[in-house]
Ligand binder design. Structure first.
Ligand SMILES: [Zn+2]
Ligand SMILES: [Zn+2]
Length: 254
């Protein structure tokens, strides 16, 4: 499995893009503005999109992707998410007012997009690649994902605040090599972090204490303009795991 970071910022500006990861050439984990890193040809071969939650920074490019490549393709793009998240997308995005419902275009028999409901803990296997939704604790229904090649695996927290269930799962995964976890705010914004159900460095440090393993931890979803500050605060608090900043276009092979 090869995972390429297309976007890992909490916002945009300059080279910053919001959350999206490309797994091999055909699977996306979230589809924020990071999709702008891909050519039209690369976009046209994406078959599967796994969505963590309905917030715009994680889905912004799905509507435009469907419109851009739909008529270049022979089969539908599948959007995977929990029932709650799919309901929000159907009601608030693909409602013919914000964007057309591409699950009916050009017709219901042969649509450009199809929805597939997934449940927490359900393992989806795509050509040997195992993708499993794991719990997240956010202001809207949300999940993270565990990506497992069989040889090694990677956990992506999605947007989350304090999340005991995540660590219960992480501590049981024997081949866990990488953890990508969000830290959206700096310590001075802890009230905002709690209110919006994200993490700040002091909350992250409490989370990482629950982790017994030694996977390499990468930090994502940093607030633009506070990247150095947040990473400095993490460096000062977290002494055991030495988290690194996730970088755009970073590639994980596992
Ligand atoms: Zn969110
Ligand atoms: Zn977000």
């Amino acid at each position: 499995m090869k995972l390429r970071v297309l976007g890992c910022s909490g916002g945009i500006g300059g080279n910053l893009h919001t959350t999206s990861f490309l797994l091999d050439h055909d699977v996306l984990i979230d589809a924020g503005t990071g999709l702008n890193e891909l050519s039209l040809t690369e976009l046209s071969v994406i078959d599967h999109i796994f969505v963590t939650h309905s917030h715009l920074d994680h889905i912004a490019c799905i509507p435009l992707l469907l419109d851009s490549v739909g008529f270049m393709r022979e089969r539908p793009i599948t959007i995977y998410a929990t029932e709650e998240t799919l309901d929000i997308l159907k009601q608030h995005i693909f409602n013919w007012k914000i964007w057309p419902d591409f699950s009916e275009i050009p017709n219901i028999q042969k649509p450009i997009m199809r929805y597939q409901t997934i449940a927490l803990g359900e393992e989806i296997v795509l050509q040997g690649r195992k993708i499993t939704a794991i719990p997240a604790n956010h202001v809207v229904p949300a999940v993270g994902y565990h990506l497992d090649s069989g040889v090694a695996s990677l956990l992506f927290s999605g947007d989350t605040t304090t999340n005991d269930a995540l660590w219960d799962i992480a501590n049981k995964i024997k081949n866990l090599r990488h953890i990508i976890i969000e830290t959206a705010f700096s310590n001075s914004e802890i009230e905002m972090a709690i209110l919006s159900k994200h993490l700040c460095p002091s909350l992250l440090a409490k989370e990482l204490k629950k982790f017994k393993g030694d996977a390499q931890v990468y930090i994502t979803h940093l607030k633009p303009g506070e990247v150095e500050l947040i990473m400095r605060e993490i460096d000062q608090i977290e002494q055991r795991l030495h988290p690194k900043m996730l970088l755009n276009n970073q590639i994980f092979t596992f």
